[in-house]
Design a binder for this molecule. Structure first.
Ligand code: ARG
Length: 460
């Protein structure tokens, strides 16, 4: 069977298993719209440079529009014999408009075609992801603004360290997401160049206008080198690198949400609609959404490694290996979009429980550093102050008393320079208030940081 689009030099039909094994249409049909966009731009350029007549272009355009509708409505018949999205569409075009359809592939190869399609597909995926990421950031900042003076314990080593504002903690999440957004945009701008015109690998003998197709498809410019154009998949790897970091951040946020919803922390409540129950334990309300997002990092990291390994040692230019780029990339896009959507919906619905948060901060001697700093202001060297406060904490542990609950007399027993003014620094509020500089947790700083963070979003 030499009915294949490339069948001219073949004398026997493709083995039916090989046909299925080498086909990509099951997954690359996802790029059908981009493939049609690329073909429309290519055809119109071919007409501008005199390779197609105006009538031929009109007929190709009409055929491609019809195919787009067939695909959108689900009427299109995809065929594994036609291997991939590109040849399925081209074959249908010829079926619809006759011999003119066969002229579309003039000066083009599937190699530059697929390189173009993936970039177009990923570019719109990036824009959708940027939208969800922005929505999550806005929700996070708005929640932070409501909690500029809600006290929680800050942790190091997951041991109570110093009190911070809950809003300050949420703004730390936002900073991670802000960097992710920057990485996403870096990836987009490096990727946004048109490989169309590289043809199979060496360019083409036709007088094509690469700038025209690049502009028509919204690319910043054409790529520089034809060999590189058809074999570069850096952009997919960069995107997966972005995704791995973003998902790592979401997993850290997830872990905190899981901890905070536990009875032992009891810092927040997640609305029922983001949780599920247990089929055996009637009391259970499980934070499935953050748990699942935490778990999905595994496949995302896997996809990054898949793509790096796929590209390693490939000689120039195009190799069939590259067909393997799509499934990891598409699953990364889907997973990132779903995870961001879940988080963007869920974060604004977090209900803080200020009382247990406060109580936890109080219980952990979180103002011990403040007492040491107080003694330093009274003239003690910091190391000596540290020692004095350590003794006071040991006493508090033994007597189940917070530093702020000890009498002045008791405190003076640890150091005679301690005066009545000590109680201002021992309160949780005083501790927050005292860290009043750029990046610190004082409520006024947190509010100002929220304003700046929202202003950054408004500039996007
Ligand atoms: N389905 C192929 C891919 O995904 C399209 C390019 C194939 N080119 C070729 N010469 N076999 O990479």
């Amino acid at each position: 069977d030499t009915s294949k689009l490339w069948g001219g030099r073949f004398s026997e039909a493709t083995d039916s298993f090989v046909q299925r094994f080498t086909a990509s249409v099951d997954f690359d049909q996802r790029m059908a719209n981009e493939d049609i966009d690329g073909s429309l731009a290519h055809a119109s350029m071919l007409q501008s440079v005199g390779i197609l007549s105006a009538d031929e272009l009109a007929s190709i355009e009409q055929g491609l529009h019809q195919i787009r509708e067939e695909i959108t409505s689900g009427a299109f018949q995809w065929s594994v014999e036609l291997e991939d999205v590109h040849m399925n569409i081209e074959a249908r075009l010829t079926q619809l408009i006759g011999v003119t359809g066969k002229k579309l592939h003039t000066g083009r190869s599937r190699n530059d075609q697929v390189a173009t399609d993936i970039r177009l597909y990923l570019r719109s995926a990036i824009d959708a992801i940027a939208g969800e990421l922005t929505r999550l950031q806005r929700g996070t900042i708005e929640l932070a603004a409501q909690h500029n003076d809600t006290v929680i314990p800050g942790f190091t080593h997951l041991q109570t360290a110093q009190p911070v504002a809950f809003g300050h903690h949420l703004l730390a999440w936002n900073e991670m997401l802000e960097r992710d957004y920057g990485r996403l945009q870096d990836c987009r701008s490096r990727m946004n160049q048109s490989p169309l015109g590289a043809a199979a690998l060496a360019g083409t003998t036709y007088p094509i206008d690469r700038a025209q197709t690049a502009a028509a498809l919204g690319f910043d410019k054409p790529t520089e080198n034809s060999l590189d154009s058809v074999s570069d998949r850096d952009f997919a790897i960069e995107f997966c690198g972005f995704a791995a970091l973003l998902m790592t951040h979401l997993s850290r946020m997830s872990e905190e949400l899981v901890l905070w919803t536990s009875a032992q922390f009891n810092f927040i409540e997640l609305p029922d609609r983001f949780c599920t129950g247990s089929s055996i334990m009637p009391q259970k309300k499980n934070p499935d959404v953050p748990e699942l997002v935490r778990g999905k990092v595994g496949r995302i990291n896997g996809h990054l490694i898949s793509l790096l390994t796929l590209m390693k040692s490939q000689p120039l230019a195009y190799n069939k290996d590259n067909q393997e780029d799509k499934e990891p990339l598409f699953d990364t896009v889907d997973t990132v979009l779903d995870s961001l959507r879940a988080f963007a919906d869920m974060v604004p619905a977090i209900k803080a429980r200020p009382e247990p948060m406060r109580e936890a901060a109080r219980r952990g001697f979180s103002t011990a550093t403040d007492l040491a700093d107080y003694l330093v202001r009274k003239g003690l060297p910091f190391r000596d102050a540290h020692e004095v406060v350590g003794k006071a904490v040991a006493h508090g542990v033994a007597e189940n008393l917070d530093l702020s609950e000890m009498s002045l007399q008791t405190l003076q027993g640890f150091h005679s320079d301690i005066g009545e003014d000590v109680f201002e620094v021992l309160t949780l509020e005083g501790s927050l208030q005292a860290r009043d500089h750029l990046g610190g947790t004082a409520p006024a700083q947190v509010s100002a940081a929220c304003d700046r963070a929202l202003a950054r979003l408004a500039e996007r």
